[in-house]
Design a binder for this molecule. Structure first.
Ligand SMILES: [Zn+2]
Length: 136
């Protein structure tokens, strides 16, 4: 019946979540712990700010008590960014359309092949002939 108050109970009482049981007034050990807790809180309130290092230290102690390794908060952020970029890339990707060769009717193709075969001059010489024809 005369067990000491737990730290959790003292913290709950500090923040108004638990009622006083009268034990603190009768127990020197619990009263000392209670006063220390109130003094720590008063110092924090008086300092006006809670430093990042204090919060990080609290976090490490909590994880140590839980027996868990603290994980970096943003470890998954690069993977998420890469996944988003991949999703956007897949969404925006349009395969390049291969150029479609002009459709030449068979009759025109055969006539061109026939004229190339019958011609004694190479086809590359035609523009030169056209130059001379224009001058005349
Ligand atoms: Zn006690």
């Amino acid at each position: 019946m005369n067990s000491h108050l737990s730290d959790d109970h003292l913290i709950d009482r500090l923040y108004g979540l638990a009622e006083g049981s009268g034990h603190i007034e009768n127990c020197t050990d619990c009263k000392r712990r209670w006063l220390e807790l109130r003094e720590k809180r008063a110092k924090l309130v008086a300092s006006g700010e809670v430093s990042t290092s204090l919060l990080a230290g609290q976090r490490r102690r909590i994880y140590a008590r839980l027996g868990v390794e603290p994980r970096p908060q943003m470890k998954w952020a690069p993977a998420l960014a890469a996944a988003c970029l991949l999703a956007v890339g897949v969404f925006l990707y349009r395969p390049a359309v291969a150029p479609v060769p002009p459709v030449v009717p068979d009759a025109q193709l055969f006539s061109e092949v026939y004229s190339m075969e019958q011609s004694t001059e190479p086809r590359g010489a035609e523009p030169i002939h056209e130059l001379f024809e224009d001058n005349q």
